[in-house]
Design a protein around this ligand. Sequence first.
Ligand code: FES
Ligand code: FES
Length: 161
Amino acid sequence: MTAKEAELVPEAIDLTVNGRPRQAHPRLYPRLLQALREELGLTGTKYGCGEGLCGACTVLIDGKAVRSCRTLTQSVTGKNIVTIEGLAENGNLHALQQAFIDEDAMQCGYCCPGMIMNAAALLRENPHPEKIEIIEKMDGNICRCNNYSRIIAAIRKVADQ
Ligand code: FES
Ligand code: FES
């Protein structure tokens, strides 16, 4: 980025994160993943590849699953972001979080926040997807522990409720 381009980046933006009004600083934290983890302290969202290829950094932006490592912080001005820390309500785990526990879908757990956020977006669009739809939607999220069958079982458990 040239100095002139950097000048066009706003110093601060307003956004909503997990229901709270927050500020982020795109010049210091150009990617949303950096702003969430390093500026706002929301380390539940994980850094995997940094290239948009693994899904570990998935969050919801206005209800859609988005890879925060490839999202410019300045582009989320005024938007509503939900991270894994914002899924539980009133102290109760989201159904997907509970299902991941019940189905033993976490080994190291590193992929799970991104998996859960991606699945949450799917279930918002389609609360009762078929198994093949779940597999297709989750295909871009990588689990290095190869725990896919349990992850899919956890999502199916919620989809079948
Ligand atoms: S860290 Fe964003 S897709 Fe891998
Ligand atoms: S549980 Fe380890 S990366 Fe998926």
